[in-house]
Structure formats: C-alpha cells, structure tokens
Design a protein around this ligand. Structure first.
Ligand code: NAD
Length: 249
C-alpha cells in the first residue's frame, strides 16, 4: 500500500471554496493529488488553494460557473494546458432555493436545475472526453438524502439530485468500457454554510431522525469521496453511497 494513493493524480473539485467541497479538496490533497479548485467565489477558492499548497500539493483556481457551458469548457482547457490530465472529477457544487410547490417561482426551479443538474452534465461531458483518452478516471457526484426520501419545500432540489442519481447509473454503464468509475455520495444533514440557516426547531426535528445522534461533518462526506476516488473502490461503479448517520435506511 503506497503512502500517498493519489500521488501524481489530478482532481478537479467543483464548489470547492467552502463546506463539503473544501473538505473533499483537502482530503484528496492529503492523499497526494494536485487539485483544480473550482468555485464561483474567487476569494474562498483562493483561500482553499493556499491551504492545499501548504500540504505541498499544486493547485489551480478557476471561477467557472458550472451552469455555463463556455466557462466550463474554458476551465477544462486550462486544466489540460496546465496539468495535462484529469484523473478525478468531483461534481460537488450545488445550491438550494427552497419553496413549496404552490409558491415556487420559475426562476427558483431553473436556477437549481441549471447548477445541480446541467452543471453536472457540463463538467462530466468535458471530463469524459479526457478520461476516455486516458483510459481511466473516477467521477464522483454529490446527490442528497433529500432525493432519496423527499423533502417538503425542495421539489426543485430533490428533482435535481434524483436526476444526479439517474445520471450516475447511466454514466457508469456508458463509461465503464473506458475504465471510468462513476459513483455518487448521498449526504444526510451536514453542517455547512448551506444548512446554517435552517431554523433551530427544524434542526432539532432532523437530529431526532438520525440514529447516530449527531449532524454530519464535511469530513464525514469527504472520507467517502476519497474512497471512491482511489483504487480501493476499483470494482465499485454506478453506486449511491449514503453518508447520513442512518437517517434514511
Ligand atoms: P455550500 O453551499 O456550503 O457550498 C457550495 C459551494 O459551491 C459554494 O462555495 C458555492 O460558491 C459553490 N457554487 C455554487 N454554485 C456554483 C456554480 N454555479 N459554479 C461553481 N461553484 C458554485 O454547500 P455544501 O453544504 O458544502 O454542499 C456541497 C454539495 O453537497 C452540494 O451539491 C449539496 O447539494 C450537497 N449536499 C449537502 C448537504 C448538506 O447537508 N450540507 C446534504 C446533502 C447534499
């Protein structure tokens, strides 16, 4: 077993400026990977890149909006120009715009679909071209427990994340012939900026539904993504791995 299983590997993590994405980027760097840090928020992306550099790994920052096909195309061109390859793509960036179906606006629906679903399509299509040539690759998509069990006020988010599960299974079948593994991680309730504004009363109800009795940490999710990014998971593809403290079984 090599000490750094991801030595000489290059990983592109979307939405890596904070929360779960930041922890994924750091976890992959600790295993030896150089990291392409994507986030629409340049300052947070650069802050994470500096942290990664302090572990001795190389980084590149790109502020592409993953919903924008041209920006994503430019990002992957730059990745190839500078790093020459992409071994791991983590489709982590995602947003919520919660509302009940009776009140949801078209803008709220479209925005969530554009980033959470089309963003995954945009990045995966670019990565697939590169990984096909390399005859190897790992793609890890972030879905959600909300897609598995449904969640009031999240018809747009759950539709997008259920879509990611369908994409993961189809991509696993399409890309297996090129030695590309495609899997998804479905986090439960994880403490990040995304969930910080959930009212305390609602947080208490969620906590009562978690058998392990605590909210998840971004590190909990990053460890699962790390497993799916190394050859420890060489024979795993098309799977959705739950990381939810038992919240949904
Ligand atoms: P977060 O809001 O804390 O961080 C998301 C990051 O993505 C931010 O830095 C943001 O700037 C970036 N981003 C947003 N839109 C972008 C775009 N268009 N292009 C590039 N970057 C963009 O979120 P998080 O809680 O860390 O969630 C990470 C992923 O995990 C998301 O896909 C989310 O849906 C999923 N998830 C989170 C939870 C949870 O409880 N936090 C649960 C299940 C699933």
């Amino acid at each position: 077993m090599t000490q750094f299983p991801l030595k000489d590997k290059v990983a592109l993590v979307t939405g890596a400026g904070r929360g779960i994405g930041e922890m994924i980027a750091l976890a992959l760097a600790v295993e030896g990977a150089d990291i392409f840090v994507n986030d629409i928020d340049r300052i947070s992306a650069e802050t994470v890149a500096k942290k990664i550099n302090s572990t001795g790994r190389k980084t590149l920052v790109h502020t592409a909006d993953i919903a924008d096909r041209n920006e994503v195309g430019n990002m992957f061109s730059q990745a190839i120009k500078i790093f020459g390859k992409i071994d791991i793509l983590v489709n982590n960036a995602g947003i919520t715009r919660d509302n009940l179906i009776l009140n949801m606006t078209e803008e709220e629906w479209d925005m969530v679909m554009d980033i959470n679903l089309k963003g995954v399509f945009n990045c995966t299509q670019q990565a697939a071209v590169i990984m096909k040539e390399q005859k190897s690759g790992k793609i890890v998509n972030l879905t959600s427990v909300s897609a598995q069990m449904g969640n009031v006020g999240q018809v747009n988010y759950t539709a997008s994340k259920a879509g990611v599960i369908g994409m993961t299974k189809t991509l696993a079948k399409e890309l297996a012939r090129y030695n590309i593994n495609v899997n998804a991680v479905a986090p439960g309730f994880i403490l990040t900026p995304m969930t910080k504004n959930i009212p305390d009363t609602v947080k208490q109800i969620i906590l009562q539904s978690i058998p392990l009795g605590r909210p998840g940490k971004p590190e909990d999710v990053a460890k699962v993504v790390k497993f799916l990014s190394t050859d420890d998971s060489a024979y795993v593809t098309g799977q959705v791995i739950s990381c939810n403290g038992g919240m949904y079984l």
